[in-house]
Structures are given as C-alpha cells and as structure tokens.
Ligand binder design. Structure first.
Ligand code: GTP
Ligand code: MG
Length: 205
C-alpha cells in the first residue's frame, strides 16, 4: 500500500462537502505548524503531495489522500483514506477563516463514523498544550480512538526523548480513548515512520 503512489482526491471546506462515508479514514490533527502535512508526505514517501509551509495555517481544508487507482470514480472504493486537517490554534489567516476551519475540524472529529484513528500530533519541543488537551477531551467524549505522535524529534536531544515519551504517556494515562503507546517521529530525518505506517496498514479494509 505504501509502495504505490497516493493521490489527492478532495479538499473539503465544510461538512456538506465530505465524501459519503465508505473507506476507513485515518486523520492527522494538531496545532498549526506541528508538521501534519509533512508527516503525511514522509509516510507516503512523496514530497510535495500535501502542501507544507513555514507559515502556520497552510492547510485550510480537510484534504483526502488515497492510494492511486481508487479515486471512487468507477464506484471502486479505496481501501483507506488519509485525511490531512487544518491546524488549530494560532494561524496566519483571517479570524473568520480560522474560526470556520476550527469548527470543521471539531465537527469532523466528533461525527465521522468511518474515522478509525486520529493521530494527534504534538511538537516535541512544546508538549501537550491547552488546546491539544481540549481536542483530546473532545475525542474522549466522542469515543474516537486516537494516538499521540510526537513530531520534529530532530529538534530535541536524543537524551530528552525517552523522558518526553514517559511524561506524555503519564499525561494521557487516564484518557479513555487514548491509545497508550506514544510514537516519536521526524519527517525531516524520516525517523519513526514504520510504526505509524503499520498502524495505518492495520486499518486497511
Ligand atoms: P498547518 O497546515 O499550517 O496546520 O501546518 P502543518 O501541521 O501541516 O505543518 P507543515 O507540515 O506544513 O510543517 C510546518 C513546518 O515545520 C514546515 O516548515 C516544515 O518543514 C517543518 N517541519 C515539519 N516536520 C518537521 C520535522 O520533522 N523536523 C523539522 N525540523 N521540521 C519539520
Ligand atoms: Mg498542513
């Protein structure tokens, strides 16, 4: 599945434009600039597939990616879809836009029956912030399975990582919908991708 190319099939600006529920979906959520789009590109080995930027607020729609050959056009459903999401928190964009896409993110996360797992990305340098905790609480309440993925591991020392993983594990220990294992990744260095890929592969229908 990670050997064939993946393609972008749809950008969803509001709930009305979501594709009909069908294939299992895995979503990438997190604060603006945490590295969601970069992680998708690294996982798929396709630089430039999901658009990335140094400016927070780059991704402004729910962007659907599927393995090529399953666009759904001929009625054939893809075996899985990856959903890149707009970030929450600070973004360099007009407030109305940010409010609209934040609502979209929250509505999608709590109301999508085919959503199998949400990777909640956390910047290794910053840890879980207040707005991350709000999203985790929303997912706990909606009973949507999620897993924390630490990003930009190359930005902290190798010695600091085990401690960060332990403290993050402790922070989510009592959260009912949290998958207990914390993953650490660097898209820059292509590190820690295998476990994320294996998790995605486990949801393929
Ligand atoms: P929004 O779409 O704006 O919410 O951002 P995003 O979460 O999709 O982040 P994006 O992938 O666009 O990356 C933001 C910035 O972080 C870019 O400048 C990336 O090059 C950088 N970045 C992403 N992943 C890594 C990483 O693993 N290591 C380092 N050092 N930089 C990274
Ligand atoms: Mg993005």
């Amino acid at each position: 599945m990670f050997k064939r190319p993946w393609v972008f099939i749809r950008g969803v600006p509001s709930m009305n434009f979501l594709p009909p529920e069908g294939p299992p979906e895995v979503a990438f959520a997190g604060r603006s600039n945490v590295g969601k789009s970069s992680l998708i590109n690294a996982l798929l080995g396709q630089k430039g597939l999901a658009r990335t930027s140094n400016t927070p607020g780059r991704t402004q729609e729910l962007n659907y990616f599927v393995p090529d050959g399953y666009s759904g056009a001929e009625g054939e459903l893809p075996p899985i879809a990856l959903v890149d999401m707009p970030g929450y928190g600070y973004a360099k964009a007009p407030k109305e836009n940010v409010d609209a896409w934040t609502k979209l993110v929250f509505d999608y996360l709590r109301g999508r029956a085919t959503l199998k797992r949400v990777f909640v990305l956390i910047d290794s340098r910053h840890g879980i912030k207040k707005n991350d905790a709000e999203v985790l609480t929303l997912l706990d309440k909606a009973a949507v399975s999620y897993q924390i993925v630490l990003t930009k591991a190359d930005k902290i020392s190798a010695l600091a990582m085990p401690k960060l993983i332990e403290s993050t594990k402790e922070a989510i220990r009592k959260r009912p919908a949290a998958y207990p294992e914390i993953l650490a990744t660097s898209s820059e260095k292509s590190a820690g991708l295998g476990e994320v890929q294996a998790t995605i592969a486990s949801f393929v229908s």
